[in-house]
Design a protein around this ligand. Structure first.
Ligand SMILES: [Zn+2]
Length: 337
């Protein structure tokens, strides 16, 4: 088992309510909840681009101004993610002396030069990585490029401007391709260079949820029940991928976070019910409710990176073992226990 300082897992659209109820049988997803390391995490907006950027920067949408990734109405109200100059979590960690590997985290296109390496994630018109000669398995497929199946980059370019990705593919073929790409990502870790902190993103839940929600609306050849079944399978795929990470790494700090929730495979609608889990050395538990502004300060706090000089609006949600001992001895002193 490899030893890392931290592993930060992003699962797009993992829903707090569904993980607690419909998917509570999935052991790897469930583990941090059982241990008290999970919070109902509410984003400002139930939309991936602004929410991920808030998670990475600890800044509200009004400050970072990323509202979309394409030239949509929302996009026109702000800036594109690649125009943003505020530091990301990996910048803060680099400053603190930790090298970072960033693999397929959403809204990181194009890849930026950092101490470590970066392979950009959804959405992207082509694989973008730094350094440019980073080793990747030959069959590594970029998450965003559903159209790679047709070797049609123009299709992906168009897709980044509107919701039309892969709609011409047969449902089962596209589903299998999405699931396979999540496992490929974990396999890519075999050849990527070692780092102190690994960020890894998975998007099957959101892609299946949104895509098949749309297909149910637009294409009558896919039954609603089948979309629900695919959505369940997306969660099983995530659970298996996370299990592979648990088996592969030992880390001082683990994070599992989503940018928003999802109502389920029968509709494409996002919810505000995101999830934030953090566990590791010295962490007794985390506060049960938070917003996505609290993810960045909590993660840095868990790694001992000072927050004083950072522009965060949220606070660390960690309750340390030391905090807990102090409370217990206070209660003891007052004669309660
Ligand atoms: Zn999302």
């Amino acid at each position: 088992m490899k030893k890392l300082k931290a592993v930060f897992i992003g699962v797009d659209a993992l829903d707090w309510c569904l993980v607690n109820q419909r998917y509570s049988h999935l052991n790897n997803l469930r583990q941090p909840l059982d241990w008290g390391y999970a919070a109902h995490c509410i984003p400002e907006i139930d939309y991936s681009p602004p929410s991920w950027i808030t998670i990475y920067t600890g800044l509200p949408v009004e400050t970072h101004r990323v509202r979309d990734v394409g030239h949509t109405e929302l996009g026109k109200k702000g800036i594109m993610p690649w125009e943003m100059l505020h530091p990301y979590l990996w910048d803060y960690l680099n400053d603190a002396g930790y090298s970072c590997g960033v693999l397929n985290m959403p809204i990181t296109w194009p890849a930026k030069r950092i101490d470590g390496w970066m392979v950009s994630g959804w959405p992207a018109t082509r694989i973008s990585m730094t350094p440019a000669d980073l080793p990747l398995p030959d069959d590594y497929m970029l998450d965003a490029a559903a159209a790679l199946v047709h070797e049609d980059f123009a299709q992906v370019e168009k897709w980044t401007k509107g919701p039309n990705w892969g709609l011409d593919l047969p449902p089962r073929e596209l589903r299998d391709w999405i699931f396979r790409s999540e496992h490929k990502r974990v396999e890519a870790l075999d050849v990527l260079p070692a780092v102190d902190v690994l960020f890894i993103g998975f998007t099957a839940v959101d892609r299946i949820g949104d895509l098949y929600g749309r297909w149910v609306e637009w294409r009558k050849d896919l039954m609603a029940a089948e979309a629900g079944e695919f959505f369940d399978q997306a969660h099983e795929t995530m659970d298996a991928a996370i299990g592979e990470l648990f088996a592969r790494y030992e880390a001082d700090v683990w994070v599992l976070v989503s940018d928003h929730g999802h109502a389920g495979g029968r509709t494409r609608y996002h919810t505000l019910d995101g999830i934030f889990c953090l566990w590791g050395t010295d962490v007794a538990k985390i506060r049960a409710n938070c917003t996505n502004l609290e993810v960045a300060p909590s993660f840095l706090d868990a790694l001992g990176v000072p927050l004083r000089d950072k522009p965060f609006e949220g606070a660390s949600q960690i309750i340390t073992l030391e905090d807990e001992r102090a409370v217990m001895s206070q209660l003891e002193g007052l004669g309660y226990i």
